[in-house]
Write a protein that binds this ligand. Structure first.
Ligand code: GLA
Length: 670
């Protein structure tokens, strides 16, 4: 690849042919080199069961070919056509309350229904045979955002088979699920259903097992399509677009092994400045899942619905966000979608070409981004060795951790996995350091500090992995409600957190959540909320104690030294500004330095991307005053040397090819 990919979902089937010609002209102006076609086109492609009509898609492909534009070809299986519903009503998904959904929206399929799986395989094979060797095919975009959960009879049968494979015997399952409670003991696999609406609380082990089953089942559906593509002789890379950040139905660490390219859709759910931290979070997470280069498959060009209204995105923010992803290893910046639809369910979702047309500030921004990506294209070549971004700090990410905290009736309803992980990542982002996410058991050889945010359930292997990390000199920071349960959500008794008592050198005998409006102080001046624990020291030292409340004088933050490593425990929730300070102090203590001195304090975000041609410093200015950045290199955006300093205006960007490794940079007011 010699260019960063630029473009988006292209749905010309929504428009008359004369618009297609204008599209090609506008794509040329904007520097678009890649589109994704066919994402939801099943009804056009296969108007009746088994009868394909790809003439229109041939024309789309030919139009793109003439314009020199590459394409990802989607399999349309996220949106079965109306005839499919009529022919296979049993293949519609069922909600936990028994409601069977029907077409009229999208994503209406029961993932385990044989008729659905067969139809999906057929249409994937048809597309692969017809377009699988096209020279402009950049890759396969299988399905779209896997995530429809089915609780119906097909899921039930598949879940039972999966449970049988996983647990082997009903005795093992009954034991793991603690079915002795509330007379849930199973005597026949056939009695185990997906978790459905029931009189009172469900069994958390049952709920989490079903989440894992769903991830595995969706993965099986994905790999079946991939097999069809390969069987048809297409060797193009195969991906599917992961989705961030509001729901998580997939275990990405398992999925990534099946993907030739990890790609993601990321729509900011955070208005205002915190959105920038959110971009960094999504990009760091996806890069880590990928283990190298990856692709931002979709983002919004401007407005999307947030809460009760359309949230507008300024063009300069759209450019900064796009570079935030590219800085962290994305192979380009793609959008949903090229042209904003004039009708249909997402009429008010922005496009690269807005309803107003090309004569608009927004399209000017799209053209500007295309020019910019062209100027920095050399960053796309991966480094000969080593990671795309070098990080000294890691955060544990685990889908099981997410699913555990979505079980009901935990000690506090405010526990939310993504919120916990993002608070930690936000503090690291504000400190200006690069961050990796790691899987349980992942490679920590380059990470001096590892954070483990609220990971309720933990298996033996993870405990051993963390213990070894500390023994080898790593600095581990564990947040509350971590390692309290085994992998079946069963509390390890004898004092919390049963899995990690020895490693942390503490024993907790009481969990004491706070009232909603309650805040406490710690002896070091930190402010905490939501949660406290009564901590006894069994080898750790207190770093801070509760200064007020029922636990005044008792340890709140502890640290146990083990050789040259340490294991720190936060028994409460530090509010964000206190967490920021705690993290910044910790990083300084372990000599983890920000990319730019002062971190994000100036408003200037800095990310270093490694590439074949050297290192590239991405500077994204989120602040409101011009800043001068000085250091050895050339800004590829303007073509100027940075040795005597360049001024980056508020909202502006620079991408500097650095003169050699270890360059020192300074940021000053301009
Ligand atoms: C997802 C989907 C798109 C579109 C956007 C809207 O990313 O893949 O089809 O619905 O969300 O935000």
């Amino acid at each position: 690849m010699t260019a960063l990919l630029y473009g988006g979902d292209y749905n010309p089937e929504q428009w008359p042919r004369e618009v297609w010609a204008e599209d090609m002209e506008l794509m040329r102006r904007a520097g678009v080199n890649t589109v994704t076609i066919g994402v939801f086109s099943w009804a056009l492609l296969e108007p009746r069961e088994g009868e394909y009509d790809a003439g229109w898609l041939d024309d789309v492909v030919a139009t793109l070919d003439d314009a020199g534009i590459g394409f990802f070809l989607a399999t349309p299986t996220a949106s079965p056509p109306p005839w499919f519903t009529r022919a296979h009503p049993d293949a519609m998904p069922v909600r936990p309350d028994g409601t069977r959904l029907t077409h009229g929206s999208r994503d209406t399929y029961a993932i385990s229904a044989p008729a659905y799986r067969a139809a999906a395989r057929r249409v994937a094979r048809f597309l692969a045979e017809r377009y699988g060797r096209h020279p402009r095919l950049r890759g396969w975009h299988v399905h779209n955002e896997y995530g429809t959960v089915d609780h119906g009879p097909h899921a039930e049968a598949a879940f039972q088979r999966w449970l049988h494979d996983r647990y082997g015997t009903l005795d093992a399952l009954n034991d793991a699920w603690t079915t002795a409670f509330w007379s849930q003991r199973y005597d026949d696999w056939a009695d185990i259903t997906p978790p459905r609406v029931t009189q009172y609380l469900p069994n958390p082990a049952h709920v989490v097992a079903f989440r894992r089953f769903c991830s595995d089942e969706m993965l099986a559906a994905f790999t079946e399509q991939k097999e069809q593509i390969r069987a048809a002789g297409s060797t193009a890379p195969v991906t599917t677009n992961f989705m961030l950040p509001t729901w998580n139905h997939l275990d990405q660490w398992v999925w990534r092994d099946e993907l030739d390219l990890v790609s993601v859709d990321h729509y900011l759910d955070t208005p205002g400045p915190d959105g920038e931290a959110h971009v960094a979070y999504g990009a760091d997470l996806t890069r880590s899942w990928a283990g190298g280069p990856w692709l931002l498959m979709e983002q919004s060009a401007s407005g999307i619905r947030e809460g009760s209204r359309l949230a507008f995105k300024e063009p300069d923010r759209m450019i900064r966000s796009s570079l935030g992803y590219v800085a962290r290893g994305s192979q380009g910046a793609l959008f949903f979608q090229w042209r904003a639809s004039a009708g249909g369910a997402e009429t008010w979702h922005s496009g690269m070409v807005p309803h107003a047309g090309p004569d608009s500030r927004q399209f000017d921004g799209v053209v500007a981004l295309g020019e910019l990506l062209d100027r920095i294209a050399e960053v796309v070549e991966p480094p000969a060795e080593g990671p795309v971004v070098e990080a000294d700090v890691a955060v544990l990410w685990d889908a099981h951790g997410w699913w555990s905290l979505e079980t009901p009736h935990l000690p506090h309803d405010g526990l939310d996995y993504a919120t916990e992980v993002r608070a930690t990542h936000r503090a690291l982002w504000r400190a200006g350091v690069a961050v990796d996410f790691v899987a349980p058991g992942g490679d920590l050889s380059r990470h001096r500090v590892l954070f483990v945010p609220s990971q309720l359930a933990m298996d033996d292997a993870t405990v051993e992995w963390l213990t070894r990390y500390v023994a080898d000199g790593g600095h581990l920071v564990v947040s509350r409600f971590t390692g309290v349960a085994d992998e079946h959500e069963r509390v390890v008794t004898g004092g919390y957190p049963g899995r990690l008592r020895d490693l942390l050198g503490i024993r907790v005998d009481e969990l004491r959540p706070l009232a909603d409006d309650e805040r406490l102080r710690l002896s070091d001046g930190s402010v905490v909320d939501q949660w406290t624990e009564r901590v006894h020291l069994t080898g750790a030292d207190p770093l801070a104690t509760y200064a007020d409340g029922d636990l005044a004088g008792l340890p709140a933050i502890t640290r146990r030294a083990s050789g040259s490593g340490t294991a720190t425990y936060l028994s409460t929730r530090l509010v964000q500004h206190s967490l920021d300070r705690f993290v910044a102090d910790l990083l300084a203590a372990h000599d983890v330095r920000p990319v730019l001195p002062g971190g994000l304090g100036t408003g200037m975000e800095a990310v270093r991307r490694r590439a074949a041609g050297g290192t590239y410093l991405f500077l994204l200015h989120h602040g409101d005053r011009p800043l001068r950045v000085t250091g050895p290199g050339v800004d590829l955006v303007t073509g100027t040397s940075t040795a005597a300093g360049i001024v980056v205006p508020p909202g502006g960007v620079a991408v500097v090819r650095e003169d050699g490794p270890g360059a020192e940079w300074a940021v000053t007011a301009s």
